[in-house]
Design a protein around this ligand. Sequence first.
Ligand SMILES: Cc1cc2nc3c(=O)[nH]c(=O)nc-3n(C[C@H](O)[C@H](O)[C@H](O)COP(=O)(O)OP(=O)(O)OC[C@H]3O[C@@H](n4cnc5c(N)ncnc54)[C@H](O)[C@@H]3O)c2cc1C
Length: 316
Amino acid sequence: MSGASPPLDLPKSVKRDVALARYSTVKSGGAAQLFARVGDTQQLVALLVWAQEHSIAVSVLGSGSNLLIADEGVEGLVLKLDRELARVQIDDSHVVCGAGARLPAVAARTAREGLSGIEFGVNIPGTVGGAVRMNAGAYGGALAQILEWVDVATAAGVDRRNVGDLAMGYRNSNLGTGEIVAEVSFALTPASPERIKATIAEMRASRRQAQPGGIKTFGSTFKNPGQAAVEGEANDDPENAAQTAGQLLDRAGCRGLQIGGARFSPQHSNFVENTGEATTADVVALMAEGRRRVLERFGIALEPEVQLLGPVHFPW
Ligand SMILES: Cc1cc2nc3c(=O)[nH]c(=O)nc-3n(C[C@H](O)[C@H](O)[C@H](O)COP(=O)(O)OP(=O)(O)OC[C@H]3O[C@@H](n4cnc5c(N)ncnc54)[C@H](O)[C@@H]3O)c2cc1C
C-alpha cells in the first residue's frame, strides 16, 4: 500500500495491519492499514478528528454483508462500531439503535416488544448503519419506510438528519464516505407479538426456499434493473421475473459459472459464492463476465449492489 504513513503514536484503540476478510461475509480481501472498534459517539468523533489532523482516510464497515474488500488491503483507518454504538433502546413505539446493532436482532427484539414495521430485517444480515446507507429492504419493506432520523458523525461533530434529508432510494442513500451513521431512530407501530412473530416465521421460511443458505456471499450482487425493482424472493412471479438480475443472469447462462474461487450460486444466479479461496479479484472478474453476458444478450447494463472498500474497481 502507498500513501501517507500514519504517525508512530496511535490512539490506544487503533491497531495496525488488521486482516479484514473475517469482517466480511464473502471472506475475501486484505488488511486494514489501521483498524479500530469504536464504543461510543464521543470516541467516534475523537477518532475522526485525529484522522483528519493526520490526513488519514476513514471508512466504516458494519457486518461486511454487502462488501467487497480490496485484495491489496485498505489504506487509512477502518472503523467498526460496537458497545454503546450497538445498543437498542425502546421508548414507546420509537426504537433508538446504535448503528452497529444487527438488523435481525433489532427485528427479533421489537417483535417481542410488540412493535411492527421492521420484520423484513430479520433476514438481512447487516448492521443498522449499513442498512441505512443501503436503504436495505425485503418483502416490500425498506428502511426508509420506518426511519425517523439518523445521527451522522464526521470530524465536525454529530449532525442529526431526518429521513427526508437522506435521498433514500432503491438500495441507495446520499451518505458519503467519511459520513458515519452513529445512531438511528425508527418509528414502529404497536401490534400483537404473536402476529409479528408469525410474519417473521413466514419470511424466514420463504427466504430458505428462495436463497441458498450457509454460503460465503454478500447477498444480491447486482440490483434488479428497472423501476419495478423487486426483491430476490419475488423471482417466481412471472410478471417480475424478466426484471430481476438473477433471472437475467440465469438466462444468460451464468448459473454455476465459476472464475477462480468465485461462482454464481447454482441455487440463485444473483448470489456470488466464495467456494473456498476466492479473492476479491476473482469475484470482480466473475461479476464482469456476468454483466458482459447480460449486456450482450439483453442490452441491459446491470448495476452492482455490492459496495467496494479500498483500491478495487469494477472494470466497466
Ligand atoms: C445472505 C444475505 C442476504 C441478504 N439479503 C438482503 C436483503 O434481503 N435485502 C437487502 O437490502 N440486503 C440484503 N443483503 C445485503 C446486506 O445484508 C445489506 O446491504 C446490509 O444492509 C449491509 O449492512 P452491513 O452492516 O453488512 O454493511 P457493510 O456491508 O459492512 O457495508 C455496506 C456499506 O455501508 C457502509 N456502512 C456500514 N456501516 C455504516 C455506518 N455506520 N455509517 C455509514 N456507512 C456505513 C459501508 O461503508 C459500505 O459502503 C444480504 C446479504 C447477505 C449476505
